[in-house]
Design a protein around this ligand. Structure first.
Ligand SMILES: Nc1ncnc2c1ncn2[C@@H]1O[C@H](COP(=O)(O)OP(=O)(O)OP(=O)(O)O)[C@@H](O)[C@H]1O
Length: 256
């Protein structure tokens, strides 16, 4: 049975009377990998930040596991929601292990449990503990730093992970590796819900079990990649798919 984890019910966000998120409705089930795709300024980040209450909705109701987020304490809510952004924000003066252990330490876990968790997460990220635990962020590549950012967000075992363009500043080859790793991690963790913002249609369609497409504060379409390709919901979605197709043409090789 699908189990709803997040629900937006007529949610809007207004700045100076202008709706940047405009009366949106959607439901996310536990264990899904949702990608949010849209042009710059379409309201993706605002939508994501309303889930963990970094931004408060102006209208409507957002439910986390059935409870209105407004009636939940922000700290308690955020403990259940990991958050990864492009500007990773690792603490530069702390080792990799200490960075990953930030939240477990705040929660007062004992030392052995923290070390075991750090080891487990570094293994999951395919960064050997012996080699990486004592390094500082400046001694890692951008892609490795991003993996540590993901490990840190996963440390206290949240139900939901929010990703705001985490691979935006990463080169194409590393980005491809990180996409594959994230898909593997999601599959390996089993019941975690991932919500991932990207500008990149290929990334969105490759990673998402469903893709939520936003345009000017509204949802253009929310469906599986196959469903969207087979049946684009409106002109904006059709344009988006055609643009990706045209870009793909560049790589077509003629053999004769
Ligand atoms: N604090 C604010 N005050 C006024 N307007 C804001 C504020 N924060 C965001 N906006 C506006 O809301 C709109 C949506 O912003 P948002 O960051 O959600 O877009 P986005 O789809 O994530 O864009 P991008 O892909 O460029 O990050 C934008 O037009 C932005 O200028």
């Amino acid at each position: 049975m699908p189990e709803t984890i997040i629900q937006f019910d007529h949610v809007s966000k207004l700045y100076d009377d202008k709706a940047v998120v405009d009366d949106i409705n959607f439901t996310i089930e536990k264990g899904e990998f949702i990608t949010i795709l849209g042009t710059s300024g379409s309201g993706k980040t605002t939508t994501l930040k309303m889930i963990n209450k970094l931004i408060t909705a102006s209208q409507g109701t957002i439910r986390f596991k059935g409870t209105d987020v407004n009636s939940l304490d922000s700290v308690t809510l955020r403990r259940q929601i990991g958050y990864v952004v492009q500007q990773i924000g690792l603490f530069p003066h702390m080792t990799v292990a200490d960075n990953i252990a930030t939240v477990p330490k705040l929660l007062g876990w004992d030392k052995d449990k923290i070390t075991a968790r750090v080891k487990e997460l570094l293994t999951l990220m395919q960064l050997p503990f012996e080699q990486y635990a004592k390094r500082y962020p400046s001694e890692l590549s951008g892609g490795q730093q991003q993996r540590i950012g993901v490990a840190r967000a996963l440390a206290a075992n949240p139900d939901v992970m929010l990703f705001d363009e985490p691979f935006g500043a990463i080169d194409a080859i590393t980005r491809n590796d990180l996409q594959a790793e994230l898909a593997r991690i999601h599959a390996q963790l089993g019941d975690k819900t991932f919500i991932f913002i990207t500008h990149d249609i290929n990334e969105a369609f490759k990673l998402g079990t469903r893709v939520l497409i936003m345009d000017q504060g509204k949802i253009s379409q929310f469906d599986t990649p196959e469903g969207i390709i087979a049946n684009p919901g409106n002109e904006f979605v059709r344009k988006l798919i055609n643009t990706a197709r045209e870009q793909g043409e560049i790589w077509r090789v003629h053999h004769d």
